[in-house]
Design a protein around this ligand. Structure first.
Ligand code: GFB
Length: 310
């Protein structure tokens, strides 16, 4: 188990995942946390990252820093997604080796699996088929991060573990309608439609794709659990083991927000991967399960959004 006095660096502490990991660590009594804002340290700058790790010498690193976004953001900024994610992960993983970090946890994504992957997607399906085009640059960067952790483990005996989370949501999410993921986008759209008395809400695509959603506080709990209990170099999926269609998600959010107008499906927008549910049997076998139901999680996210929108 990580000693409560260990020096723990959370890269990306200001983002959806990083902030949840900080909350979870503080709740557990880990009070020797190290965080740096983007202004204090540019993670795409190797010299700054090496200087920081040489000076602060963290014992553990949660690598939650990434350039992330929904289907449209990935289609619009492919160069940013591959460049920034490759640089940030490479700088931190290499410096973690050079400056003797005891253990590092790397966060990948479920989009690393093939577009037409057998469902539910198992860890061994990685690189068994073509990727979904809409987020291939991001997926390739994340796969490179996995392979870098595994290569350093093999060559230098490092303890760099890699988690593959399913689609995430929760407090601190990005609610920008162009760059966000579907769940926060729909929470905002239904909230605004209700407040403005609109008669309909636009949903991108056909509504047919299915997605699995994990609340970010559950993910943070899984990160701490695996940092303490997982030592293998193989990747491990983190999810809830069930999915629903985008249409059903929209109807669920509309019901919670009590919006009773129409759903308009804009099929000029991309659907992306048709299915991407994770097989979480490896994680379940280790003794971890998600606790926050989708309905509970959406209610909390709606409360959070209402608190920041007003
Ligand atoms: O969440 P999302 O943007 O990303 O889209 P992915 C999921 C599905 O929701 C797609 C539909 O079929 C979208 O067309 N959708 C419907 C919407 N309405 C909306 C809306 O208003 N906003 C958004 N954003 N989607 C992401 C990858 O794929 O998965 C990321 O792009 C990352 O890189 C993430 O891997 C986990 O789930 O398709």
């Amino acid at each position: 188990m990580i000693n409560k006095k260990s020096r723990i660096y959370v890269a990306g502490h200001g983002g959806l995942v990083g902030a949840a990991i900080v909350r979870r660590l503080k709740k557990e009594g880990y009070d020797n946390l190290i965080v740096r804002t983007h202004e204090e340290m540019d993670l795409t700058h190797q010299g700054s990252v090496e200087g920081f790790l040489e000076e602060d010498r963290p014992d553990y690193v949660f690598l939650a820093a990434a350039k992330v976004g929904g289907i449209l953001a990935n289609a619009s900024y492919p160069a940013d997604f591959i460049y920034q994610n490759l640089l940030m992960e490479s700088n931190i993983i290499h410096a973690a080796y050079v400056y003797g970090v005891k253990k590092l946890l790397f966060l990948g994504s479920s989009c690393i699996y093939p577009k037409h992957c057998p469902q539910p997607m198992k860890e061994e399906h990685l690189l068994s088929g073509y990727l979904e085009a809409s987020n291939e640059p991001y997926a390739v960067a994340k796969i490179a991060g996995i392979k870098m952790c595994q290569a350093y483990n093999r060559q230098y005996g490092t303890r760099f573990i890699s988690l593959m989370p399913t689609n995430l949501y929760g407090p601190g999410d990005n609610f920008d309608l162009e760059t966000s993921h579907v769940l926060p986008a729909l929470v905002r759209k239904f909230h605004e439609a209700k407040v403005n008395g609109n008669s309909s809400v636009e949903i991108w695509g056909t509504g047919k794709p299915r997605r699995e959603f994990l609340h970010v506080d559950d993910l943070a709990d899984a990160c701490l659990f695996l940092m303490n209990h997982y030592e293998a170099t193989e990747i491990i999926n983190v999810g809830v083991g069930k999915d629903l269609s985008i249409r059903d998600l929209a109807e669920m959010i509309a019901g919670i927000i009590r919006f009773d107008g129409d759903l308009i499906f804009d099929t000029t927008k991309p659907d992306g991967t048709p299915l991407k549910m994770l097989d979480v049997s490896k994680l379940t076998a280790l003794g971890w399960q998600a606790k926050i139901s989708l309905e509970q999680g959406i209610r909390r996210t709606c409360q959070y959004y209402t608190s920041i929108a007003s």
